[in-house]
Design a protein around this ligand. Structure first.
Ligand SMILES: [Zn+2]
Length: 188
């Protein structure tokens, strides 16, 4: 499948029109809808280390079959989401509009301020902590991040963090595999 991967994305009404839209019920209103000031990068794969299945969609839509894999029994009850997922091939899916609060970070803190879900946008890269993310993912993530920085100027390059950074000791994603200098260089 050919993935349309423009280098210039535009956000309209808190959505990326280029993304597949699959609304998640796991979201609510931000305490201050005008405060969108942090971007959190995650890594996820379901089951861990396997790519391309329907399970991330299912988890974010509360439709994950707990019996489909032993790992799923421990997570099928979770009520979680992210604003965006970027698949291994660079394909974009949006689950929550950016002005709403997605449930991606959990207990978290950035520069002394807790509850990062309140004021952040969460992007999940399909992957693991150890396996390199794909070129297609860096291309798409760079384009998306540039669009977010334009649309939400309170998000600056210094206010982009990993889940591991805002929930240290509890979360490790996107892991040592994620090439932070590569992302930062793409934002210059
Ligand atoms: Zn995460």
């Amino acid at each position: 499948m050919q993935i349309h991967m423009p280098t210039h994305l535009q956000i309209h009404h808190h959505r990326l029109p280029q993304a597949r839209w699959l609304p998640s019920p796991n979201c609510d209103a931000r305490p201050d809808p005008a405060d969108i000031s942090l971007l959190v990068i995650h890594g996820i794969s379901l089951p861990p280390g396997e790519f391309g299945g329907p399970y991330i969609d299912a988890l974010f839509c509360n439709q994950l079959d707990a019996a489909a894999h032993p790992y799923f029994a421990g997570i099928a009850h979770l009520r979680v989401s992210a604003h965006l997922v970027i698949g291994r091939d660079g394909a974009l899916t949006q689950y929550v509009p950016f002005d709403c609060r997605a449930w991606h970070a959990g207990a978290s803190s950035f520069m002394g301020r807790a509850n990062c879900n309140d004021y952040s946008i969460g992007i999940e890269l399909e992957g693991t902590d150890e396996l390199p993310y794909t070129d297609a993912q860096y291309t798409q993530l760079s384009a998306v991040t540039r669009a977010l920085l334009r649309a939400y100027p309170a998000i600056t390059p210094a206010r982009i963090a990993g889940h591991c950074d805002i929930a240290p000791g509890r979360k490790t994603d996107p892991g040592p595999a994620f090439d932070w200098p590569r992302l930062r260089a793409a934002l210059d």
